[in-house]
Design a protein around this ligand. Sequence first.
Ligand code: FAD
Length: 380
Amino acid sequence: MAAHSTDPAALDPTEFRHEVASFLIEALSDGSACPAFGAILPPEHHDKARAWQQTLSEAGFGGLHWPTDHGGGGLSTEHSAIWYEECARHRVAPYLNLQGIVLAGEAIIRSGTDDQKQRFLPATQRGEILWCQLFSEPGAGSDLAGLASSAVEQADGGYLLNGQKVWSSNAQFAEFGILLARTDPEAPRHQGISFFLLDMNLPGIEVRPIKQMTGDEEFCEVFFDDVAVPPDALLGQPGQGWKVAMDVLLDERGAFGSAGVISLEQELDALATLGRGREMDAVVTDELSRLVAQGQSLKALLQRLGSAPHAAPAAKLLRTEMSTETNRLAAAMHGASGMLESEQTDRLLYSPGMRIAGGSSEIQRNIIGERVLGLPREPR
Ligand SMILES: Cc1cc2nc3c(=O)[nH]c(=O)nc-3n(C[C@H](O)[C@H](O)[C@H](O)COP(=O)(O)OP(=O)(O)OC[C@H]3O[C@@H](n4cnc5c(N)ncnc54)[C@H](O)[C@@H]3O)c2cc1C
């Protein structure tokens, strides 16, 4: 497959869209494309997704808007958005996993030293490093600043890590994880947290997959028992990890952008097709029309707000709530026989998790109320 133009800045967006579409069509026909899978890489796509990221890298589509001197494509965020939209339209995975290309990659670009950028970015965009996100703990999810995993600084500048994480997607396959741990228990809670790039093969790390209601094991518990973390694993300054993490969460919520709307439209189109030519319950017709209208509003909202950071919680909230409702409606329209068909059942069982992952719907509503609309703060 041909690499895209060597002068990224000169790439006309319309031409770029054509270029992406032909690349994806070719990849679908030769079988190299990894099917789309949403926010978490399912174990059965693991090998295919790794090979796909390698192909993307060779074709110039890995880490599209990362800086060119660190293995990226040097393109604009507009080009990136086109890439995500076309991947959604063709139902192809845009990357190996979100946790690596979006979360870890962007954090390293923003806060990494030159050595960290050189060490991690090219290898990540080639698919040689699979990342996981080690933020949530049994006692710290929505209230992430309540995290208790501790990293105590040692004489050599490294840290001794102890504690537990949970819901860590893809941790059983990951070579590295982005980790939050408390390095100063005396500091105010948001100021004593540091951000690490953790080698998942260090002695003292135990990963236990958790079985979900879909039957898959996509996320894990991760235990740290006296893990010796080297000094160069720290990303940014000690005690300044909260700010790095907040930007990562914004990236995570923003990832549910216009590409998500395209896949939602595809789901709603499929339901409309199913509904045509058969007797429809008036309540189901109402519900389908409401969801289609809401999908158009979401699209308009995203176009108006563009990549403004405050669009991210709204996009995440609307997309995941609509997805849950769309899958419930699909189950109602397919009826009992639909529940025997695995793809439909999987979607129905999977979608409630997306309302929680990356910050629950209730938390997105709080953020929109407090930070976007300026309403009084929730009682803490
Ligand atoms: C599919 C999936 C994948 C995930 N992957 C990862 C991952 O890779 N890495 C990672 O670190 N984490 C991951 N998570 C964890 C996720 O970030 C947390 O589950 C989420 O932040 C919620 O935290 P919690 O589960 O502790 O629930 P809690 O915070 O205990 O919340 C329980 C309920 O209370 C509500 N609630 C809590 N506080 C408030 C409030 N102030 N106002 C109103 N309602 C409130 C919540 O909305 C929720 O309904 C994943 C979760 C899921 C479901």
